[in-house]
Ligand binder design. Structure first.
Ligand SMILES: [Zn+2]
Length: 103
């Protein structure tokens, strides 16, 4: 069975605290399922999109996508952090790792 993913409320990258918030209105305003704010160091996620409840798997995949943005930002990869195709692939790789790892 695949591992259950637990989205944290915060973590650190390069010594900086990154906060994870759920805000459906903010996501709707930006027409996004999630956002990574590099300045405020906040990942915003939502639970609904266009009045439809998102599946847990969609929320988790979005979290890893936004985490990938933050990882690249913390590494100073200023070109890659805006490369949505690269970010999506890295996010999906992290998601697969978390779902499949065995201890
Ligand atoms: Zn993105």
């Amino acid at each position: 069975m695949a591992n259950k993913i637990i989205i944290p409320s915060e973590f650190k990258l390069g010594g900086s605290r990154i906060i994870i918030e759920f805000d459906n209105e903010y996501c709707a305003e930006h027409r996004a399922l999630g956002l990574a704010d590099f300045t405020e160091k906040v990942i915003t996620l939502c639970t609904v999109n266009k009045n439809k409840r998102l599946k847990i798997s969609e929320i988790n995949k979005t979290y890893y996508h936004e985490l990938a943005h933050m990882l690249l930002d913390s590494m100073g990869k200023d070109r890659l952090k805006w490369d949505e195709i690269f970010v999506e692939k890295l996010g999906m790789a992290l998601y697969e790792y978390e779902r499949s790892k065995k201890i």
